[in-house]
Design a protein around this ligand. Structure first.
Ligand SMILES: [Zn+2]
Ligand SMILES: [Zn+2]
Ligand SMILES: [Zn+2]
Length: 155
């Protein structure tokens, strides 16, 4: 996150969202949110989040972190991602702009983010031909990253 002001703005938005439904941004939830704000563009597993929160809140338990992630997911504060490696990962949800897509390397498991959205035209086409109002799409691209392609050629 670029600056403290932007960070505070995001925290306020989340607090408002929770308060609207009679939930509170407790210190533990706030610490969990900060982990996401400070690790943008990373894709964190429950274990990753737990370790990062615990470094600031040594008393926090894994169950609390787990429940907080669940709550944040329900409130669309974070997005739950499945890269097919057997564990769920999370990243901050970005409602203000279109969520990026992911390129997943089948060899090394690295996940690359892909900002361009070339799917709007496709959505329009599908809407027209199926009379279906599309509000979102979920796509992941599977393949081999540049590094792994080079290794494959050499090997
Ligand atoms: Zn790779
Ligand atoms: Zn991502
Ligand atoms: Zn898209």
């Amino acid at each position: 996150m670029e600056n403290a002001e932007e960070k505070n703005r995001r925290i306020k938005l989340v607090e408002q969202k929770l308060n609207d439904k009679d939930y509170k941004l407790t210190p533990q939830r706030r610490a969990t949110l900060l982990v996401f704000l400070e690790n943008q563009s990373k894709h964190l597993s429950t274990e990753d989040v737990y370790k990062l929160v615990k470094s600031k809140y040594p008393d926090i338990g894994l169950a609390t972190v787990y429940r907080t992630l669940q709550l944040f997911d329900d409130f669309d504060i974070i997005k739950k991602l499945n890269f097919g490696d057997g564990c769920y990962r999370y990243e901050l949800s970005d409602r203000e702009k279109h969520q990026h897509h992911h390129l997943i390397c089948l060899k090394c498991g690295r996940v690359y983010e892909f900002e361009d959205d070339l799917l709007e035209e496709l959505e329009q086409k599908i809407e027209r031909s199926n009379d279906f109002k599309i509000i979102d799409h979920v796509v992941k691209f599977l393949g081999y990253c540049n590094k792994c392609q080079k290794e494959q050629k050499q090997g």
